[in-house]
Design a protein around this ligand. Structure first.
Ligand SMILES: Cc1cc2nc3c(=O)[nH]c(=O)nc-3n(C[C@H](O)[C@H](O)[C@H](O)COP(=O)(O)O)c2cc1C
Length: 453
């Protein structure tokens, strides 16, 4: 039996009117002012991605805003509600929702995802986050956000409970046999009776098994704890990568952690999120990139947004020309600590003032994926071949650039045999090349030799 050729995976990320750093994306004439809450706009993007044979659409999310939050964060649709609409507007595209383990209960997340599984015919995915917005605590009746260790321990237990609940019914649990008046085979329904440190959940879940067995688990976290969680439960890993070296180092580290946990590294798909700029020539693409990045730039907004990883600490209270206030790191303890530490370290290593730090964050940064279509395709292939990635999450950003990627870069990747020309499967697992998790009860009966084959 020959091993199937490794193929690139592609996802689309939408932040409608503009996410972090893209304060003025919404000024683009082609983006409706209400794009982030306009279901028809999302349906259009999802259908474009599906026509190009993308693996998935990824919906980011969070639960805490201030007036300084990016436009998309200020007013956006809840992911599972949105993806239910996309499920009936598409046929093959994977539908990945971000949901936090810090401000949900495993039973209701498992139930919502199991429902999306059935609505979509096995195309759902869950981006497991623990929430870095410390302020979210106040929206969920808590005094403060969990500390890192608790956040990640709770996250791991949460996912294990959800996976346990998804095994509540074996594949043949519902004979629905009119002749014998048998709706349920009670021997195929199982309670979980989980009694753990963070959760006590009896089960069973009231939704049956789906065509792909269970939703695909995605994860995005960069701290030690975050990487360990990804290595333990992630089947897809969302990340950032500024260079091929950095991408490769992250990839190797994540897969080594997974191997140490007894997992098969090829059953984990690493997908950095990237911005892509396409022009007629490499020089023109760089010009487009610079123009877009400059038009998004705004020092005052960048200074305000610098506060987010530090639990929205207000940096406007400091002298802009004094050294970056390292003491602010204390606010990040329960926020986006890894990101905050990176910012503080960069400022320290370079003796940056607060002004220089905010300028650095908001200044245009060339992406590795800008150029004429052939250049972009070659760079993607180079990263893929070097195992700096298994796939990419393309930021939709400006519609004209999104279209150019779909119509000019994707066909080159297809001609080179790097990316599919037809979907392999109708499920997300099938397209990502991931195995279907066996139902634990079916498996143990098989192992006990009690199953008649
Ligand atoms: C590509 C990428 C996408 C992410 N998307 C979200 C998101 O939608 N919602 C969220 O709360 N956190 C998101 N995160 C943040 C992480 O899940 C994590 O909470 C954060 O990075 C802080 O944890 P860490 O210090 O372990 O990285 C994302 C991170 C990355 C790298």
């Amino acid at each position: 039996m020959s091993t199937p050729k490794r193929q690139l995976k592609l996802g689309a990320v939408t932040m409608g009117v503009g996410g972090p750093g893209a304060h003025y994306q919404w000024l683009d004439q082609e983006i409706p002012g209400d794009a982030s809450v306009n279901v028809n706009w999302y349906i259009e993007q999802a259908r474009l991605a599906e026509a190009a044979k993308f693996d998935l659409i990824f919906i980011v999310d969070s639960q805490f805003i201030t007036a300084d939050s990016p436009p998309h964060y200020l007013n956006r649709l809840e992911p599972m509600t949105l993806l239910s609409a996309l499920a009936v507007s598409t046929t093959h595209l994977g539908l990945v929702a971000t949901m936090t383990t810090s401000y949900n209960d495993p039973f209701n997340v498992a139930r919502r995802l199991a429902s999306l599984e059935l609505i979509s015919g096995g195309r759902s995915g869950w981006n497991v986050v623990t929430s870095g917005d410390a302020g979210a605590a106040a929206n969920f009746s808590r005094q403060e956000h969990f500390d890192y260790d608790t956040r990640y321990a709770r996250g791991l237990e949460f996912v294990r409970v959800a996976q346990g609940l998804w095994d509540s019914y074996e594949a043949d649990a519902f004979p629905r046999d009119r002749a014998t008046r048998t709706f349920l085979d009670v021997s195929r329904q199982h309670a979980l009776n989980h009694n753990g440190e963070h959760f006590q959940v009896a089960g069973p879940l009231n939704v049956s098994r789906s065509p792909q067995g269970q939703p695909v688990i995605f994860q995005a976290g960069d701290s030690e704890q975050g990487r360990d969680l990804g290595a333990a439960i992630g089947e897809g890993i969302f990340t950032h990568a500024a260079s091929i070296e950095q991408g490769h180092a992250f990839y190797a580290d994540l897969k080594a952690r997974a191997i140490a946990k007894g997992r098969e590294p090829d059953h984990i798909v690493v997908m950095p999120g990237v911005r892509v700029f396409v022009g007629d020539t490499d020089a023109e693409a760089r010009e487009i990139e610079r123009e877009i990045q400059l038009s998004d730039q705004d020092f005052d907004r960048a200074l305000a947004e610098l506060g987010r990883p530090f639990a929205w600490h207000d940096f406007r209270q400091y002298d802009l020309d004094a050294p970056f206030p390292q003491e602010a790191l204390v606010y990040a303890e329960r926020g986006f600590r890894t990101q905050a530490e990176n910012i503080a370290r960069t400022a320290k290593d370079n003796d940056f003032s607060l002004r220089q730090t905010a300028q650095l964050i908001s200044s245009p940064k060339p992406t590795p994926f800008a150029g004429a279509p052939e250049t972009v395709a070659s760079e993607i292939q180079r990263w893929f071949d070097a195992r700096a990635l298994d796939g990419l999450n393309i930021h939709i950003g400006r519609p004209s650039q999104w279209r150019r990627f779909l119509t000019e870069v994707v066909p080159i990747l297809q001609d080179r045999g790097v990316f599919r020309t037809e979907y392999e499967s109708t499920t997300l697992r099938g397209n990502l090349g991931l195995p279907i998790p066996e139902n634990r009860y079916t498996k143990s009966r098989q192992e006990a030799g009690l199953l008649k084959i």
